[in-house]
Design a binder for this molecule. Structure first.
Ligand SMILES: Cc1cc2nc3c(=O)[nH]c(=O)nc-3n(C[C@H](O)[C@H](O)[C@H](O)COP(=O)(O)OP(=O)(O)OC[C@H]3O[C@@H](n4cnc5c(N)ncnc54)[C@H](O)[C@@H]3O)c2cc1C
Length: 150
């Protein structure tokens, strides 16, 4: 699958998207970048440093959203730095508290996102889910809202 080719094909040919993009002028080449999702496989801190945001790999694997978690880890890091400053101690051992705090506050949402991403890769499961949802108006509304937010 080529995302670049599909993007151009969809915006150029899809019955809904084509009219939206008909008068658009491409101002730059289509570019992308892998989203950093680390599953906490490496430490988030060490001697006198803390990782936040993309450096910490806290992008949601399902939605690709990383701004919220970047801000969240930034806030947690600021709080931790304030405590280190009071204690005059910035060593790796103390900074492990930051790793634990980030995992406690953020890993739940990332794990759920990862599970949903795996589920979404099974075509038959997704088709069944949508088929079932179509029979329940409230579930249908909820799923439509969720997709719109993506
Ligand atoms: C195409 C794309 C679309 C995305 N869409 C969304 C979205 O819709 N919603 C969402 O929530 N997230 C989205 N994301 C993810 C989101 O952009 C990132 O997760 C988020 O910006 C991470 O914030 P950050 O502060 O960790 O890193 P960044 O925003 O990358 O900030 C890092 C900054 O450090 C600077 N920098 C790098 N090296 C140095 C250096 N040596 N010295 C000084 N400065 C340096 C960089 O120039 C940059 O300004 C998207 C990402 C991509 C690539």
């Amino acid at each position: 699958m080529s995302l670049k080719k599909d993007f151009l094909a969809l915006t150029g040919q899809h019955p809904v998207l084509e009219p939206v993009f008909r008068k658009a002028v491409q101002a730059a080449p289509v570019m992308g970048h892998p989203l950093p999702y680390s599953e906490f496989r490496y430490p988030l801190s060490g001697n006198r440093y803390l990782l936040v945001g993309d450096a910490a790999g806290v992008v949601n694997p399902l939605t690709g959203e990383g701004v919220g978690n970047a801000l969240h880890t930034g806030l947690l890091a600021a709080g931790h730095i304030a405590e280190c400053s009071s204690a005059g101690d910035y060593r790796a051992d103390r900074n492990k508290l930051y790793d634990r705090l980030v995992k406690k506050r953020i890993s739940g949402g990332l794990t759920l996102g990862k599970r949903m991403q795996k589920l979404a890769s099974h075509e038959k499961t997704v088709n069944l889910l949508f088929h079932v949802a179509a029979s329940f108006p409230s579930l249908k509304r909820w799923m439509k809202g969720m997709i719109r937010r993506l």
